[in-house]
Design a protein around this ligand. Structure first.
Ligand code: SF4
Length: 524
């Protein structure tokens, strides 16, 4: 069912983020997808790829599509993928190439103007450049670049850092979009995995540190005879689970600093920025990415299972039963139970459809708190010494309620085991976390946190344990970012990076310099 919309097609404020159920997880940043595939239903493939990437962002979704040489048409809206697109939308988005995006806001608020793909048209006549762009990540020099563009007379219709990148590419004088990107990319600082399109090609590029994931897939040929004569067609996505759903095959990851072009000549690649410290987000292995995705050669379900095994090795305890906080704690709980030789069961039933609701629970239901999301099973729990496995704790509100629910259901002892180290520092690279002061692990010892949560014991997986689980082949600590655990930011100047709403707070980003927001269906 679609949420009701105002006449302008936007959700009213009461239907916005306030409608989320309480959740104490870090927020995923965004998911991106793109493909060049004449002869395929590009918007339908994009829809299902975004559907597979929905866990990376639930605030808005969008697809831009074009025929070679035609106009780019974009449809974007607040809401889940299944709420945003109708059959009719997909027909309108016909074409031979397309890009898509699901968003959770990390720069700029959850407003329609900040949904993606961002579309920009610059120049006139033969030198006119039309670009649509989808971005996962966060620039740490967004304010500086924004100021510079405003001084050049460039106007903006959003407060997201993604439009800054789109504007830099669209206004660049280079004839080829690849040359424009090669020149712009070294000026961008921070995390970015980007899929963009012009009227005749899809381009994808990744920051030189490779902070956020981006992978290349190959599509199955279409047609009655397998169409061996059809040239190979490629797609790109944040995670390989997007390839599985559309029958594509994972080819490889886009390398840090690499620019790939998907076009009539198949797949072209060039390295446009290299030689910098790699810093892939280690939290992708722990929580963000879907367990059926593969990253750096790792199947994440397997890596998470190993995290559970190591967690048990680091902190065994006398117990009767292992339960997971569903669903994110499931793979580590299975690994821990395997290593412990303990039985595992479902201690909770999770309402799978509660991720986003547009109705507030109200006073009467609010007192039941997390029961709206998890319902404990007293018949499984009562009288047992439990090992309860979750993947992370941020503020601790959810974990505190979980411990209380288990206690109310008759648990004899509750031993929390977390398959990540304590989160003590904010992320400046595209993941929305609380402030340092809100984080339960900030300034507290593990024993103090256990007392706050009301459990008998608490143990976090060590950082060494995380890297052991991920495997040496992924490159170890020197190839990853673990700043939210260690406070060691891989990019200089990250600690002073501007916050999520920085472009809205900027005086020069006010109404006087902004364009009118375009209508939801943009035909440039
Ligand atoms: Fe990932 Fe944490 Fe680094 Fe952010 S700070 S990129 S969440 S490891």
């Amino acid at each position: 069912m679609r949420p009701s919309r105002s006449p302008g097609g936007r959700l009213s404020p009461s239907e916005g983020p306030a409608g989320r159920w309480p959740d104490d997880h870090v927020r995923d940043a965004c998911g991106v997808f793109g493909l060049y595939a004449p002869g395929h239903e590009v918007s339908r493939l994009s829809y299902f790829a975004l559907y597979a990437l929905q866990h990376r962002g639930q605030e808005s979704a969008g697809i831009a599509a074009a025929d070679r040489g035609g106009h780019i048409v974009t449809r974007r809206e607040l809401g889940l993928v299944s709420q945003v697109f109708s059959e009719n939308d997909l027909r309108t988005l016909a074409g031979e190439l397309a890009i898509g995006h699901v968003r959770y806001s990390t720069t700029g608020s959850n407003a329609w103007e900040n949904s993606q793909p961002v579309q920009r048209s610059e120049g006139l006549g033969g030198s006119r450049r039309e670009v649509a762009l989808a971005h996962n990540g966060n620039l740490i020099n967004a304010l500086e670049l924004h100021e510079e563009l405003l001084e050049r007379g460039v106007t903006f219709s959003s407060t997201s850092d993604s439009e800054i990148i789109a504007a830099m590419i669209a206004t660049h004088p280079a004839e080829l979009v690849e040359d424009a990107i090669a020149d712009v990319l070294p000026r961008l600082r921070g995390a970015f995995s980007i899929v963009a399109m012009t009227k005749d090609r899809v381009v994808a590029f990744r920051d030189p540190h490779g902070l956020r994931p981006l992978a290349i897939g190959a599509l199955e040929p279409v047609g009655q005879d397998g169409r061996d004569s059809e040239p190979p067609r490629y797609c790109v996505a944040s995670e390989s689970c997007a390839f599985d759903i559309i029958g594509a095959r994972l080819v490889r990851d886009v390398q840090p600093g690499e620019l790939v072009t998907l076009g009539e000549d198949g797949l072209q690649s060039r390295i446009v920025a290299g030689g910098q410290r790699r810093a892939f987000c280690v939290f992708e292995y722990i929580y963000f990415a879907r367990p059926d995705s593969r990253m750096n050669g790792q199947a994440l379900q397997v890596a998470r299972g190993r995290m559970g095994e190591i967690l048990w090795r680091e902190a065994p305890v006398q117990a009767d039963l292992v339960i997971a906080v569903p669903d994110s704690g499931n793979p580590a709980a299975r690994g821990l139970a395997r290593a412990a030789g303990l039985p595992q069961d479902d201690g909770f039933v999770k309402n799978r459809y509660v991720a986003r609701t547009f109705i507030q629970p109200g006073q009467e239901l609010r007192k039941h708190g997390l029961r709206l999301k998890f319902n404990p099973l007293p018949e499984v729990i009562a009288g047992k010494r439990l090992v309860v496995v979750d993947d992370s704790i941020v503020r601790g509100n959810t974990t505190r309620q979980i411990v209380q629910m288990l206690r109310d259901a008759g648990a004899a002892e509750i031993h929390m085991r977390i398959s990540a180290p304590p989160i003590k520092h904010p992320c400046h690279y595209g993941i929305d976390m609380s402030t340092r002061e809100e984080m339960i692990a900030h300034g507290r010892s593990t024993a103090e946190i256990a007392a706050e949560l009301g459990c008998e014991s608490l143990h976090y997986l060590s950082l060494e344990g995380v890297y052991e689980a991920v495997g040496a082949a992924a490159g170890g600590r020197s190839s990853h970012c673990d700043a939210c655990f260690s406070g060691s930011y891989p990019l200089a100047g990250s600690d002073g990076a501007a916050g999520k709403y920085s472009l809205e707070e900027q005086p020069s980003g006010g109404d006087g310099r902004r364009q009118q927001a375009p209508a939801p269906l943009v035909r440039a």
